[in-house]
Design a binder for this molecule. Sequence first.
Ligand code: C2E
Ligand code: MG
Ligand code: MG
Ligand code: MG
Length: 272
Amino acid sequence: KAEEKAPGSFELYNEEEKEKLLERLKLVEELKTALEKGEFLLHFQPIYSSLDLKPAMAEVLLRWNSERFGFLQAGSFIDILEETELIVDVGYYVFEQCLSMIKRYNLEIPISINLSPVQIKREDLPDRLSELLNKYRVPAELILLEITEGTLIEDLQKAQTLLKVLKEHGFSIVLDDFGVKYSSLSYLTRLSIDYIKIDMSFTKEVDTDERVLNVVKAIVSIANVLGAKTVAEGIERRSQLDILREIGCHYLQGFYLGKPMDIRDLLKLLRS
Ligand code: C2E
Ligand code: MG
Ligand code: MG
Ligand code: MG
């Protein structure tokens, strides 16, 4: 096996693996300087209210306009930012940029920001986030923090404390990608969660598979019992939208309603 060889030896990788590894190393190199080169951008995807289908919130999604690789979605580089822990600095950058835009453009809808497990593990996260809120004089009520369930389940005690502190600072908590990984119902009762995001994999089949539909209905009832609002992500067609509204999902997000866009387009949308 490759890992049994001396460090630095690539002999046992085949050509294809070698290509992949080199490509990854190039990405890491470029990502290390992307922040200082100002290549990271924030896009915003509107989240609609189920009641009137008006934009009620927006999720910030990171984009990388790389000199070398072109314009990239978060999905194609976020795991590298996490593995290298570059996400910590990039994460604060996203947060700060977001606050400065809220201020500059007088945004009044809540903005939802993703936090990776790597960011969550830093003990000083809540303090640093609230320092930034003070610096920009943005009320915490305007910020939702998206955390995936995997991040929280590792250490329930820690998660409880963290969420408590974040809520004391005034942030709202969104459980992102709900239902795909661990989904322990017992932790749901122990954590204070304001929104549950129904993962895209459910939305995909909610209009074609009755069993999936029933599971989504069950998620909505659990959320209701817990006093959390539901957000469905990944809505790509009318039939998904109709069903999710019908079963009482509170908020809706997806390409069918609105794609991630730059701040100018978001402002246009909000003013129209
Ligand atoms: P996520 O938070 O679950 O975000 C949803 C992803 O699905 C986004 O991909 C979005 O562009 C995409 N999406 C939205 N609507 C649809 C749809 O109708 N159909 C399909 N097929 N896709 C849709 P993106 O921007 O590539 O982000 C991927 C992941 O990267 C995010 O998943 C989030 O976990 C992470 N991420 C994005 N921005 C940040 C950030 O600023 N900080 C951190 N820590 N993570 C981020
Ligand atoms: Mg998210
Ligand atoms: Mg998600
Ligand atoms: Mg995701």
